[in-house]
Design a protein around this ligand. Structure first.
Ligand code: GLC
Length: 434
């Protein structure tokens, strides 16, 4: 590495550190972006903890602990924890209206749905890099127990016999990939409730062309109000839900979490080995059912009528992260990856760039995200495609070098978009890129 490059990387490392410190609140949790997302988000905090662990281990553990303050008695870890009221974001606690007494910590407000469960994988990584485990034993045990309860909730409340092998996603926000083109038809069909009192606050400046459409937001909020009326924790929620998908993101991350929690259990709870092996087997079998011979890729599935949801997106690569693919599927995904890379010089776009649904600048419909890039690169590496993993890493690095720590980037390399000082881009840069 030339002196010039290493100097530039030091500058970027300092900048990433500055972003994480600026977005840190009370020295225990981190907002994804000061401007756009002023609360604590579930999977964001997982990626963020990995970055923080590179310079302050104790604070990284606190990031997970602060998220778990929002855990519900039923085990669910919500997608947003509202530690402090912030008027610049909607939907806030008053829209969700989660009943008091729902969370394990009495005075914490949360949203009423979940997000992709990366926490178990993060906890394992923190445990692996900890050089004074005895000092942290109590905190690791506590987090392990909380994350296992989260898995219990997923398997107990989000699966249904007889197809007991995958969890259902009940809202596009639960997938973490809000406006994926796969959800279009289902989102169109969501019965609209009265959302007239709801005002979007994510449209700041001239960014409307990059954000979900108003009609999407009406569907998102109609789902929220419908679930609020049924009761987020009610057994009637699953049968009456207006959006039900076997989503690749939730299921892949849950499976990967089960693998990582199994490794942790070997050290701290060996008697749970059978539990984890059972879950790994169940979810692997489930994800295998989402492989499409016709499209040579994994596809999320409409849980109501078992139709595969096209187009192929970056989520189609996540079963590699989960270790759910076989060798032949991994090879086909590597071919697919290379076809995409021939279209644009940077990887990995959210949507197949040859699809008519691809939109260069709109959120989860085209742009590149650093968190999905990290998981996809990890997945390819595990299957021996080191060249692809390295290419994705180089692309991610180049995009940040050219534009900064944006929320997402155009696959033609021209722009960084969304929030400019985005926490998980900074965190994964520290953990993975620089
Ligand atoms: C958006 C993203 C979601 C993320 C959140 C906070 O809603 O779609 O994945 O967790 O912002 O960054």
């Amino acid at each position: 590495m030339s002196k010039e490059v290493s100097k530039q990387r030091n500058v970027l490392r300092d900048e990433a550190l500055y972003i994480l410190k600026t977005n840190s609140r009370d020295n225990r949790y981190t907002v994804p972006s000061d401007r756009l997302y002023p609360y604590q988000w579930n999977w964001d905090s997982g990626f963020i903890a990995l970055g923080i662990a590179t310079y302050d281990f104790d604070r990284a553990v606190a990031e997970l602990e602060s998220l778990m303050e929002g855990q519900w008695h039923n085990g669910m870890v919500p997608h947003i924890v509202f530690h402090e009221f912030e008027e610049h974001y909607a939907p806030g606690p008053l829209d969700w209206q989660v009943p008091t007494g729902t969370t394990t910590k009495a005075d914490v407000c949360t949203s009423g749905i979940t997000q992709p469960p990366i926490m178990g994988s993060v906890l394992w990584r923190l445990y692996e890099r900890c050089d004074n485990r005895d000092d942290y034993q109590h905190r690791f045990n506590q987090l392990y127990t909380q994350i296992k309860a989260y898995h219990d909730w997923f398997m107990g409340r989000r699966t249904s016999a007889p197809s007991h092998d995958l969890v259902k996603c009940l809202h596009p926000w639960e997938s973490g990939m809000d406006n994926l083109p796969n959800w279009d038809k289902l989102v169109d069909e969501v019965p609209r409730g009265d959302t007239s009192q709801f005002r979007r606050k994510d449209l700041k400046g001239d960014n409307a062309s990059q954000r979900p459409h108003d009609s999407d937001y009406q569907a998102y909020m109609s789902l929220v109000y419908h679930y609020r009326a049924i009761g987020y924790d009610s057994v009637d929620l699953l049968p009456q839900a207006h959006f039900k998908v076997y989503d690749l993101v939730l299921n892949s991350l849950l499976l990967r979490s089960a693998h990582d929690m199994a490794l942790l259990a070997q050290d701290i709870k060996p008697e749970h080995g059978v539990y984890w092996q059972g879950q790994i087997q169940t979810l692997t079998q489930g994800l295998q059912k989402l492989w499409s011979e016709e499209h040579h890729a994994f596809l999320s599935d409409n849980a109501v009528d078992s139709t595969p949801l096209l187009p192929i997106t970056c989520a189609s690569f996540l079963p590699l992260f989960a270790r759910a693919a076989n060798e032949s599927q991994a090879q086909q995904l590597a071919d697919l990856y290379r076809d995409w890379r021939d279209v644009y010089p940077y990887s990995v776009p959210t949507t197949d760039p040859r699809s008519s649904k691809f939109e260069m600048e709109r959120y989860w419909r085209g742009p590149i995200w650093i968190n999905t890039n990290w998981m996809i690169a990890e997945g390819f590496k595990a299957y021996g495609f080191d060249d692809i993993a390295e290419e994705i890493r180089n692309d991610s690095r180049a995009l940040i070098e050219q534009h900064g720590f944006y929320e997402y980037f155009t696959p033609n390399g021209a722009k960084g978009l969304g929030a400019s000082q985005f926490s998980w881009s900074a965190a994964l840069a520290l953990y993975w890129l620089f």
